[in-house]
Write a protein that binds this ligand. Sequence first.
Ligand SMILES: NC(=O)c1ccc[n+]([C@@H]2O[C@H](COP(=O)([O-])OP(=O)(O)OC[C@H]3O[C@@H](n4cnc5c(N)ncnc54)[C@H](O)[C@@H]3O)[C@@H](O)[C@H]2O)c1
Length: 354
Amino acid sequence: MLRVGLVGCGWWAAHAHLPAIHAHPDATLVAAGDPDPSRLSAVTERFPDARGFATVEEMLAVSDLDVLVVASPAAFHAHAARAGLLSGASVLVEKPFTLHATEAHELVGRAASRGLGLSVSLPYQYTAAARSVRDMLTTGALGDLVGVHAVFESYTAPLYEGDVGEYLRRVNRPHTVAPLSSTYADVAVAGGGHGQSQTSHVVSAIMDATGAQPEHVTGESVFASPGMDTANAISLRLSGTAVATVFSSGGALPGIAAQQSITYLGTAGSARHDLARATLDWATADGASGHVEPGDNESAYPNGAPITALLDAVLQARSTGSEDDLRRLTARAESAARAVEVIEQLYRPESTRD
Ligand SMILES: NC(=O)c1ccc[n+]([C@@H]2O[C@H](COP(=O)([O-])OP(=O)(O)OC[C@H]3O[C@@H](n4cnc5c(N)ncnc54)[C@H](O)[C@@H]3O)[C@@H](O)[C@H]2O)c1
């Protein structure tokens, strides 16, 4: 049995990670950490094998974990992930991976050098459509990538003002635990607004699919209050020949379905990834075309897939000695680290951007 610990016993842990850990036949939650005693006891009561801890240090000192899940607010991700890796655990970190690219790259380096898994919880990248477009770009099926354009709308604007109730009403999502308002509305804890919370998803998806490095980043944001952005427009030069644009806003309303898509245009074909529907449409210059959508039992937003994939990769390493899947996950965390570079540039005053 893999021994799993959780840092941050909040909404997303309850909604995505705990059900997936509970459903996994070879994993048990043995430790939970949260500075809020009521949040902590809600998890330890539900999972009787889990001991409760106020801090990650106390947890790691006695828990001998195989896997640590970091689902605390953004500003605390890097510290907890580093502590987990130093203890010898593989780590799943919630998005946004970290607030600073140096931290993200350092974590990837630590994991890679120790043969540990490091993964970022980015469910849009765990669908058949995402796998297909990544394969097409990796194999050159679209020719040389020329341009990428993305639009990513979400319903998150109320979160940046601390109105969690209005957000939950807009997404109409059942929940037993609601997010704390500070997690998204306190700049010191969230690291920013929409760029950290949502634009991180779409930029990570582009970095993951293309495998590119961000070479030059410019951007503009709408700010509701100092440091708290609600919409972003990003212009990017990617390594190779391609350029990319991303528009992302938290201002979608329930009356119109939020548009979330990335279009990849190459010299020999193009592909459109609809992240909200988890579909892919593609066509190539030789007349071929195709459509990919989720299978019967696949969710368009498989929020338990990132922790399940990490648990499976740790088990594979244990049972076969092959670290291939762990290394693959850690290599994908490198793409997420490149997305942190982009988001960090977005928040940097224009005069200090690279
Ligand atoms: N991948 C996704 O689709 C997705 C969706 C929602 C949230 N998230 C991410 O999950 C993380 C948590 O968000 P949430 O919505 O569950 O928020 P939340 O407010 O419900 O949960 C955060 C929890 O962390 C605890 N906490 C605060 N400081 C801590 C610390 N230093 N160490 C440990 N725990 C601490 C809080 O007490 C709270 O219980 C955020 O990074 C968020 O961006 C990801």
